[in-house]
Ligand binder design. Structure first.
Ligand SMILES: Cc1cc2nc3c(=O)[nH]c(=O)nc-3n(C[C@H](O)[C@H](O)[C@H](O)COP(=O)(O)OP(=O)(O)OC[C@H]3O[C@@H](n4cnc5c(N)ncnc54)[C@H](O)[C@@H]3O)c2cc1C
Length: 411
C-alpha cells in the first residue's frame, strides 16, 4: 500500500512546526502529531536574531509581527569582573558583515511561547501540513534498523493508531522519543542546572531602545534572567547548579526571591512590581544525543540536544535545525540512494553547531573574567582570522548568526 505521507513529524514546537512548514511549502505531504492542544504553555521566551532568516523562509514575517511582541534590540548583562551593567546591540554588526554573508537581522523579539508556538504551528497548517493535536506518539516503528512510522493514540482514547512514512522527524523536545529509545543521550555533567521562574507585572524597564532587552545578571554560581513583555509583565528566572538547590535550606521559590532581592539591576527593575503567577521549576540539564539521525529518521531541536539557556539559543537551534532537517529530508525523498551521505552531512552540521554553542556557554559560565576575554573567546570560535572586531564576534555568536549555523551548509 502506498504511504499517505512523505514525512511524519513528532511534536509541534518550533522545531517540528518549522520543519513541517518548510516541507509542506515545497509540496511534500506532511503529518504532524502533537501531544498537547495548542496554545500550550512553554518556557523559552527570549528569541535571538538567528531565527529571523527561518521566519522569512517560512513566509511568517506578518504572522510574527501580528503577535505584537516587544522588539529586542540587544542584551544587557551584569556579568564579568566589572559588576556594572553593559549592553550589546544586534545592530552593531550590520556594518561589518563579510562579503557573501547576508545582513544579520538587527533585532529579535521577547515572546509568550504559547502565542509564538501557536502562530508557527498555525502557519505550518496553512502551508499544508496535516496537524493532529492531542496525538500522543507512544513509539516509533522499526523494520530492522529502519524507522518506518509511529504508533500514537488520540487523547483521551487509548486506541492505538499506526501510521507509516519514508521519513520520521523526531521534534518531541525534551521527551527525546528516539534519544531515549536508543539510550544515547550524553548529559553534560558540568551543566546539571535547575531553573525556577515566575512572572511579575509592573516595575520599570531599561531606557529607550534597550527597553526590550533581556537582562542577564550573574549571582554566583547561578544567574538571573528578566525578560520584558509588551503587556507590562515580565518573566524572571534563576538558574543554578542542582547542587546549590540541594545544599540550600530554602525551597526553590524562596531561593529565587532571595536572589532577586540581592540582585542590583534586576532588583531595581522589579521595584514596585507584583507577582502574577505561580512559581515554576524545571530541570535544566544540558545534553546532546550521540547520533541525531539514522535510517528513516532525523532528530531536531531539543530532541537532538539541549544547551543551557544562558544565551537564549534554544528556539534558534530548533528553527535552524528544523530548516536543516527539511533540506535533508527533501534530499532523501528525492534520492533515497543518497540517504547515508545526506544524513552524515546532517549529523556533522548539527554536532558542529551544538559544539560551538556549548563551548561558548561553558566558557561564559566563568562569571569573573574581564569582558574582553569573552569577546576574544568568541573570536577564537568563529573568526580565527580576526576579520571582525572581537566584540562583533561576540555579538554575531550570541545573535545566532554565525555563518556556521543554518541551511546554507546543506545547500
Ligand atoms: C529554564 C529554561 C529557559 C529557557 N529559555 C530560553 C530562551 O529564553 N530562549 C530560547 O530560545 N530558548 C530557551 N529555552 C530553550 C527552549 O525552551 C527550547 O530549546 C525550545 O522550546 C526547543 O524547541 P523544540 O521544538 O525542540 O521543543 P519543544 O518546544 O519542547 O516542542 C516539543 C513538542 O513536542 C511535543 N511532544 C513531546 N512528546 C510528544 C509525543 N510523544 N507525541 C507527540 N508530541 C510530543 C510537546 O508537547 C511539544 O509541544 C529555555 C529552556 C529552559 C529549560
Amino acid at each position: 500500500m502506498q504511504n499517505q505521507y512523505d514525512v511524519i513529524v513528532v511534536g509541534g514546537g518550533p522545531a517540528g512546526a518549522t520543519a513541517s512548514g518548510l516541507l509542506s511549502k515545497r509540496g511534500r505531504r506532511v503529518l504532524l502529531l502533537e501531544k498537547e492542544k495548542f496554545p500550550r504553555y512553554h518556557i523559552g521566551e527570549s528569541l535571538i536574531p538567528g531565527i529571523m532568516p527561518v521566519i522569512r523562509e517560512l513566509g511568517a514575517e506578518q504572522a510574527l509581527a501580528d503577535l505584537g511582541a516587544i522588539v529586542k534590540h540587544g542584551v544587557t548583562l551584569i556579568w564579568g569582573a566589572n559588576k556594572s551593567p553593559w549592553t550589546i546591540r544586534f545592530d552593531e554588526i550590520e556594518a561589518s558583515v563579510k562579503t557573501g554573508e547576508s545582513a544579520p537581522n538587527p533585532y529579535a523579539y521577547e515572546v509568550k511561547r504559547a502565542e509564538f508556538d501557536n502562530m508557527l504551528l498555525t502557519h505550518s497548517r496553512r502551508l499544508g501540513t496535516t496537524v493532529i493535536e492531542e496525538a500522543n506518539v507512544r513509539e516509533a516503528i522499526f523494520d530492522g534498523d529502519r524507522c518506518v512510522g509511529v504508533r500514537y493514540n488520540r487523547v483521551p482514547s487509548s486506541e492505538v493508531v499506526e501510521v507509516r512514512a519514508p521519513l520520521v522527524l523526531d521534534a518531541s523536545g525534551q521527551t527525546k522519543l528516539l534519544g531515549r529509545r536508543f539510550d544515547n543521550v550524553n548529559w553534560h555533567p558540568d551543566m546539571k542546572n535547575l531553573a525556577v521562574w515566575t512572572y511579575f507585572q509592573g516595575g520599570s524597564r531599561l531606557e529607550g531602545k534597550d527597553a526590550g532587552n533581556i537582562v542577564v545578571e550573574a549571582c554566583a554560581p547561578g544567574w538571573l534572567w528578566m525578560i520584558p513583555f509588551s503587556d507590562n509583565t515580565c518573566s524572571v528566572g534563576f538558574v543554578a547548579p542542582g547542587t546549590q538547590f540541594a545544599a540550600s535550606d530554602l525551597p526553590p521559590a524562596e531561593l529565587l526571591y532571595k536572589n532577586i532581592g540581592e540582585a542590583g539591576e534586576i532588583g531595581r527593575l522589579l521595584a514596585g512590581a507584583v507577582e502574577v503567577s505561580q512559581v515554576r521549576t524545571a530541570k535544566d540539564w544540558s545534553y546532546v544525543c550521540e547520533q541525531v539521525s539514522g535510517p528513516g529518521y532525523l532528530q531536531v531541536g531539543d530532541a537532538a540536544g539541549f544547551i543551557d539557556p544562558l544565551f537564549s539559543t534554544g528556539v534558534m537551534l530548533a528553527m535552524r535545525g528544523g530548516s536543516l532537517a527539511a533540506i535533508a529530508a527533501e534530499r532523501v525523498l528525492d534520492a533515497p540512494e543518497s540517504e547515508v551521505e545526506t544524513l552524515d552531512h546532517y549529523e556533522k552540521e548539527y554536532h558542529s553547531i551544538l559544539d560551538i554553542v556549548v563551548t561558548f556557554v561553558r566558557f561564559f559560565y566563568d562569571q569573573n573574567k574581564p569582558v574582553e576575554e569573552y569577546f576574544e573567546k568568541a573570536r577564537d570560535l568563529i573568526d580565527p582570522e580576526a576579520e571582525r572586531k572581537a566584540r562583533e564576534d561576540f555579538i554575531v555568536l550570541i545573535s545566532g548568526l554565525d555563518s556556521a549555523i543554518g541551511s546554507r551548509q546543506m545547500a
